[in-house]
Structures are given as C-alpha cells and as structure tokens.
Design a protein around this ligand. Structure first.
Ligand code: URA
Length: 249
C-alpha cells in the first residue's frame, strides 16, 4: 500500500497532513528518509514518524454498547450514527457488523474485517444472538412453542427455530421479560416475532453474538477494543462456520 495510506490507517493524521510530513522528511522507511507519499510499503516494513516506530495492523475489532436513538450506519446526513460515537480519531474504514434498530441497545461489533463480517452474517453461519426483551403482554408456553417451531413473520417469511426463555411476568403491569436466541438477522426480526404472538416489544437489548458477550462494565455509548481472546474466539467461529457452509453447499 502507499506510505501515506499506511500512516493514515494507523490514525497518525489526515492524508494531507501525512503527505506533508513525508515530504518534510519526517518519515523513515528502513531507517532512510522517504519523501515520496506514494512509495509502496508492506505491513512488516520498518516505518517511523518523528522517530517513533509505526507498527501496522490490518484489522481492528471494537465492542460497543449501543445506546438507543443512534443509527446503525456508517454515516447519515441528519442523524447520529454508531460510527460518530467512536470519535474523529477512529480508523476510517470501520463499519458495524449487522444492524440493530435505532431503539435497540447492547452489543454491536465494529470492524474493518470484511471477511469476518461476511462470515458472521451469512445465513448459513447460524451464529446465535441473544437478546433481552421486555414486552407488553404475558408470554406463554404456546409462544415458546411457536418460537421453537419457527414463526411466520411475512407471507413468504418463516424464521428459523428460535429459543424463548421467559424470565419474569408481571400480571399487574401486563408485561413479560425474556431471553430470545435467534440465528438470523432479519429486519425487525424480534419485534415481528413478538408481534406474531400478539406482544409489543417495549425494550430490546443484545447481550451476545456467538462467543462475544457484552462487557457489563461498558456503559451505553462506550466502546472498547476486543481483547485478544475475544478476537481469537470470533475468528475461530467465523472460520468454522465458513467451513461448514462449504460442506453444506
Ligand atoms: N430484532 C429486532 O426486532 N430489532 C433489532 O434491533 C434486532 C433484532
């Protein structure tokens, strides 16, 4: 990749600032000043800016506790997006993996690793996503059976079997709380599944996605990089689901 891109990916400045830094002789490649911003470098090359070594990493993985009222998108002219929450210092090629509704909170993975995202989201991947849901209405055993046999949410749209575990019912408030596990990511899926059972979703929060669980220390709106263990577990799942997909197709 180009030298100015290499440095910009590592958030060391804008492309314009970095081109200038390179032309000013502040960047060394293999210990020698390099004044051409278009010079090709590779991830393993020894590059320094103002004497500090720059180690390049191709991919970044971030966990966000998404707050309500924020769009799961990379940019929007009018509304705040989850990428805005990462601040101006963020790497420019990050994107959210999958989509949470504007009013849904909880675990959202952000990365620039397109292959991982593709594998986690592929319908064949069957990565479990667990949500905590509060609904208006009393969830019943019949609702649980409907979830486990696959709920129809449209004329040609039947969901894969899903799990509904009721954790609390409040007859006086006419509400129920439950954990819902789904393996797909259809548009408004849980809201539509609940609506098919005559219940209205009041709040929805994603707690986990495959091996990745929402860090309870993360406040709404906060982000942190994944730990090495979390990244390794995600990569392992995405690789095994990709291999299963190949076997099945
Ligand atoms: N199901 C929904 O209805 N909304 C979400 O944001 C996620 C799952």
């Amino acid at each position: 990749m180009r030298l100015d891109r290499f440095l910009a990916d590592m958030n060391l400045g804008t492309r314009k600032e970095l081109k200038k830094a390179i032309r000013d002789g502040r960047v060394l490649v293999g210990g020698i000043p390099e004044r051409d911003p278009g010079r090709t470098v590779e991830a393993g090359d020894e590059v320094s800016l103002d004497g500090a070594l720059v180690s390049y990493h191709a991919y970044e993985y971030w966990m966000m506790n998404k707050p309500s009222g924020v769009l799961t998108a990379t940019m929007d002219k009018k509304q705040k997006t989850v990428l805005d929450l990462l601040g101006p210092e963020r790497r420019k090629d990050l994107f959210p993996v999958g989509r949470l509704d504007r009013d849904t909170t909880g675990l959202l993975l952000l990365t620039n690793d397109g292959m991982l995202a593709h594998r986690l989201l592929a319908p064949k991947s069957h990565v479990d996503k667990v949500y905590r849901v509060l609904v208006r209405g009393i969830l019943t055993e019949e609702d649980q059976r409907a979830f486990s046999s696959g709920i129809r949410i449209g004329e040609d749209l039947v969901c894969l079997p899903a799990a509904l575990a009721v954790t609390k019912t409040d007859a006086s408030e006419n509400t129920s709380e439950a954990l819902v596990t789904i393996r797909e990511g259809k548009f408004h899926q849980i809201k539509k599944m609940m609506a098919a059972c005559g219940k209205e979703v009041l709040t929805l929060k994603r707690l986990s996605m495959g091996p990745l669980a929402l860090d309870p220390a993360l406040q709404e709106g906060e982000v942190r990089p994944l730990t090495e263990e979390e990244t390794a577990a995600l990569l392992e799942v995405s690789q095994s689901t990709a291999a299963e997909g190949t076997k099945l197709s």
